[in-house]
Ligand binder design. Structure first.
Ligand code: ATP
Ligand code: MG
Length: 423
C-alpha cells in the first residue's frame, strides 16, 4: 500500500452548483446525526471528467439500519450487499455503508466469486473494495475536497481504467467488472489497462456463471445509456460477445448501425427499448434459421423459429417477456413490410409495432438498396392522408405469382416470401 495515500485534493473542477440537491440532503442529514458521509463513485468520477452524472451515490459509516431510521422514505435492498435506497419523489439516492475488501464475512464460491458481503469497515477499507481506481474517489461536500486512496486521480488524468488490486483476483470475485470496464471505457473514452484486457478469455468463461437477470441489467446499462456504439465496438472485439449473445454476428453492420441510432435517440431524449436491440442482435440468427427452415415465411413456422432463437439467448441473458415479444413482432412484420400486399397495408400501418418494424427495415435498408426503396415507400405513405394513401396502395403492382401458387396448393395461408419483394 502506498504510504502517501490518501491524497486530499482541493484544487479540482467540481462546482458545488452541479451537485444533486437530494444527495446533499442525505449527506447533511447523516452528518448532523454524527456520521461520516461522502459522495462517491460514478458521480465524483463524472463530475471530474466534466460529464453530467447519471445518479449520485453516498458512502457512510452508518449501518444500513441506521440509514433507514434516519430517512422515513428509505428501504434496504440487495442480498449480496445490503444498501439503503432513499427516495425523493422519483429520484433515488443509493447509500452504502463502508465495507471491507478482505474479511471472513465475505462469502465466495469455489471460484472466488463473491456471493455475500456484509463486512463493514472504514473509509479506507471501502475505497479498496471498489472496482476501478476512478470509481473510488470520495467527495467531502463540507470541505470541498476529493479523497483518493488508490491513485484514482492519476488514472483519471491519464484516461486509464485500472483495477484496485490484482486484476485476476478482482475479476474472479466478479467477472461482470469486465463489462463495467467496457462500459466506462465507452462512456468516458478511457483505455482499459492491458492487465485487464489480457484476462478476457478467462472472463468469457466465468461470465456464464453470472445470473442471467444480472446480465440483463448490465445489458441495459451497456446499450441504453447513450454510448452503445462504442460499447458494442469494444465488446464485439472480445470473446465476451459470444458469452452474452451466443448466436450473434459480431461483424453485422445492422447491429452497429442500430447501436448508433440508439445513441442518437438517447441524445434526443426519444424513447428506446431493449426489445429493439434484442431484435437487432439476434436478427442474423433468426434470418438464417428462416432461410433454412421456412423459405415461404409461413407465419406459424416463423413464430416457432422466433421462439427457438429467443430461447437460446434467454439462457444467457434473462430478457423479460415483453421485450422478447417485441422482438418477435418486429421480425414477423418484416416480410409483410417487404411484400406490401395491397389489402394488408392499412392493417400494417395500424399495427402497434409498425413504427419499430419500419425503423428496423430502414436499418436493414442500409445494406440492401431494394429494402431501402421499400422502406422509403413506407416512409412516404405514413405522411399522407387516407385518400393519398389509397393512391399509393392502388399503384402497387399486383402480386400475380402469389395467385398462381395459391391455385396450385390447397388453400393454405401462405405468407409471401421476402424473395417476392416488389422493388
Ligand atoms: P454509473 O452510475 O455511471 O453507471 P457508477 O460507477 O456509479 O457508474 P454504480 O453501478 O452506480 O456505477 O456503482 C457505484 C459504485 O459502486 C461504483 O463507482 C464502484 O465504486 C462501486 N461498484 C459498483 N459495482 C461494483 C462491483 N461490481 N465491484 C466493485 N465495486 C463496485
Ligand atoms: Mg452510480
Amino acid at each position: 500500500m502506498n504510504q502517501e495515500l490518501p491524497v486530499r485534493i482541493d484544487d479540482h473542477n467540481i462546482d458545488s452548483d452541479d451537485l444533486d440537491q437530494n444527495a446533499l440532503t442525505v449527506v447533511d442529514t447523516l452528518t448532523e446525526a454524527g456520521f461520516d458521509a461522502y459522495l462517491v463513485g460514478g458521480c465524483v468520477r463524472d463530475l471530474l471528467c466534466g460529464t453530467k452524472p447519471k445518479d449520485f451515490d453516498v458512502a457512510t459509516n452508518a449501518t444500513p439500519e441506521q440509514v433507514r431510521e434516519l430517512f422515513r422514505r428509505s428501504r434496504l435492498i440487495g442480498r449480496r450487499f445490503p444498501i439503503a435506497h432513499v427516495r425523493f419523489g422519483r429520484d433515488i439516492i443509493e447509500v452504502s455503508t463502508f465495507r471491507q475488501a478482505q474479511h471472513d464475512d465475505i462469502e465466495t464460491d469455489e471460484h472466488g466469486l463473491i456471493v455475500r458481503d456484509q463486512a463493514f469497515g472504514d473509509l479506507a477499507d471501502d475505497a479498496f473494495r471498489r472496482d476501478f481506481s476512478i470509481n473510488a474517489l470520495y467527495y467531502d461536500v463540507n470541505s470541498h475536497t476529493i479523497i483518493d486512496y488508490v491513485g484514482g486521480i492519476d488514472d483519471l488524468q491519464h484516461k486509464r481504467l485500472r483495477f484496485i488490486g490484482d486484476p485476476a483476483g478482482r475479476l474472479a470475485e466478479d467477472p461482470v467488472r469486465f463489462l463495467r470496464a467496457i462500459r466506462f471505457a465507452a462512456k468516458l473514452g478511457f483505455r482499459i489497462d492491458d492487465s485487464i484486457v489480457a484476462l478476457v478469455d478467462d472472463v468469457a468463461d466465468r461470465i456464464e456463471a453470472i445470473p442471467s437477470a444480472r446480465l440483463f441489467d448490465e445489458f441495459l446499462k451497456l446499450f441504453l445509456s447513450g454510448y452503445a456504439e462504442q460499447a458494442w465496438l469494444h465488446l464485439r472485439d472480445t470473446p465476451l460477445v459470444y458469452s452474452l449473445f451466443p448466436s450473434c454476428d459480431p461483424d453485422s453492420s445492422l447491429v452497429t448501425d442500430a447501436m448508433r441510432n440508439t445513441d442518437e435517440r438517447v441524445a434526443a431524449e426519444q424513447p428506446v427499448t431493449p426489445g429493439f436491440l434484442v431484435a437487432v442482435i439476434l436478427w442474423a440468427d433468426f434470418e438464417s434459421r428462416c432461410e433454412q427452415h421456412n423459405p415461404d415465411n409461413k407465419p406459424g413456422m416463423m413464430y416457432d423459429i422466433a421462439t427457438d432463437t429467443l430461447a437460446v439467448q434467454q439462457q444467457h441473458i434473462a430478457v423479460p417477456r415483453r421485450y422478447s415479444t417485441f422482438a418477435r413482432e418486429v421480425w414477423q412484420l418484416q416480410p409483410r413490410l417487404v411484400n406490401r400486399q395491397p389489402r394488408n397495408i392499412r392493417r400494417i400501418l395500424g399495427h402497434k409495432r409498425f413504427r419499430a418494424a419500419f425503423d428496423f427495415l430502414r436499418l436493414r435498408g442500409a445494406a440492401d438498396p431494394q429494402l431501402a426503396t421499400c422502406a422509403q415507400w413506407w416512409e412516404e405513405i405514413q405522411e399522407l392522408d387516407s385518400t393519398q394513401q389509397q393512391g399509393m396502395i392502388d399503384a402497387l403492382p399486383r402480386n400475380t405469382k402469389r395467385k398462381r401458387r395459391r391455385r396450385s396448393k390447397s388453400r393454405g395461408n401462405r405468407q409471401p416470401s421476402p424473395l417476392d419483394a416488389q422493388g
